[in-house]
Write a protein that binds this ligand. Structure first.
Ligand code: AMP
Length: 110
């Protein structure tokens, strides 16, 4: 997955501003934020997109959403949007599944 930006960030080949990391996930600040708070919640497993999920990814997907909640709770966010872009026509530019967390003044949707 040499060409995958997020895999390269996991491998620390590309720098990023980490907000969280564990064995299965990491959270970084979006390099081009679309809102006051714009985090990307990313599984370390290279899953292409939501459209590529299989039954074996059910727990991972649930954990991903709970991690988004943890990020919101820790920052005491009173509200936020969670966005999955799926496929090019859905606005997905990085082909490694990720969940956008947006809060505060919204510039645009990702
Ligand atoms: P999407 O369009 O849903 O695939 O979102 C990809 C997101 O990744 C965009 O919001 C980009 O700004 C963000 N992004 C791309 N490269 C980086 C990077 N090196 N560090 C942080 N965020 C990035």
């Amino acid at each position: 997955m040499e060409e995958c930006i997020f895999c390269n960030i996991i491998d620390k080949k590309i720098p990023a501003e980490f907000a969280y990391e564990d064995d299965d996930f990491f959270v970084i600040k979006d390099i081009n934020p679309k809102a006051e708070t714009h985090l990307l919640i990313i599984p370390k497993k290279h899953i292409f997109s939501v459209a590529s999920l299989t039954d074996e990814d059910r727990k991972l997907t649930s954990d991903l959403i709970f991690l988004a909640k943890k990020m919101g709770d820790e920052r005491k966010l009173s509200g936020y949007k969670l966005v999955f872009n799926v496929g090019r026509e859905g606005g997905q530019m990085v082909d490694h599944m990720h969940l956008h967390l947006l809060s505060g003044k919204l510039i645009s949707l990702p």
